[in-house]
Design a protein around this ligand. Structure first.
Ligand SMILES: [Zn+2]
Length: 256
């Protein structure tokens, strides 16, 4: 990487020594890039406070010397997503999505579709275009599809019967197998959640739609809860990582 100019979303920032910051950016041109922002802590003017979580920026990065970390040369604000940062609930959701992208993405690998998904979802969150819970379901199921990790929601993972033909109202979702299991098949003991066929259909629909159409989706309370439980168990399991931001989000939900 020599010099890269790109729009970018701030996924994460951390202190580095007394003066510098390490920022993880999700750029349109080069995917995830972890860069050093020199003197960003010491001098407010250096980056004029734009390196905040979820800020949408235009950045210039210079490749690090001898395999060193890339250096953030310039950063200007395209959109601060201020309303996200003003509400703890919105912060928690955005933090979860950002951590998902950060943990899943490979450094320097372009992911244009995922970039557009994250940007669009943050915009919708900032502008209150959709209920937060449903927006997060949309983000997660689309993320899984783009990552090639989508759960199998069409047929039983064991006997392969089409779920349309299953008569029971509830089915088992097997987290480790990555799909649903019908009522006739032996229910696995661990890592399962139960959900209604209505919830499954809603999730399938969200997985195949875009943000504009998703904003018209009306999910009931139980639908949301079941889908949430499924995705928030499935994603960390298949990423092979527990996500700090997800613990924060769940804690916050228990408080309200
Ligand atoms: Zn079956």
């Amino acid at each position: 990487m020599l010099t890269v100019s790109s729009p970018a979303i701030v996924l994460h920032r951390a202190d580095f020594g007394d003066f510098d910051l390490i920022v993880t950016l999700f750029t349109l041109e080069k995917g995830k890039i972890t860069a050093i922002a020199k003197s960003a802590k010491k001098s407010i003017r250096r980056f004029s406070g734009v390196l905040e979580p979820f800020s949408f920026l235009e950045v210039v990065l210079r490749g690090g010397q001898k395999k060193g970390m890339p250096v953030l040369q310039e950063a200007s604000l395209k959109h601060p997503f201020l309303k996200i940062r003003e509400q703890i609930q919105k912060m928690a959701y955005a933090g979860y999505w950002a951590e998902l992208v950060k943990e899943w993405s490979e450094e320097g690998e372009k992911q244009a579709a995922l970039y557009e998904l994250l940007l669009g979802t943050l915009e919708a969150l900032d502008e209150d275009r959709m209920q937060e819970e449903t927006l997060s379901l949309f983000f997660q199921i689309r993320f899984l599809t783009l990552a090639g990790l989508q759960p199998n929601l069409d047929a039983c993972r064991i006997c392969h019967i089409d779920l349309e033909k299953v008569t029971s109202a509830k089915v088992v979702f097997h987290v480790a197998k990555g799909g649903v299991v019908c009522e006739k098949c032996p229910a696995p003991e661990a890592r399962v959640t139960y959900l209604s066929k209505g919830t499954l259909k809603q999730l399938q629909r969200l997985g195949k739609t875009d943000l504009r159409k998703a904003s018209r989706a009306r999910l009931s309370g139980p639908n949301i809860q079941e889908a949430q439980e499924l995705l928030e168990a499935f994603i960390p399991y298949h990423l092979g990582k527990s996500l700090k931001s997800l613990r924060v989000l769940k804690q916050l939900r228990r408080q309200v």
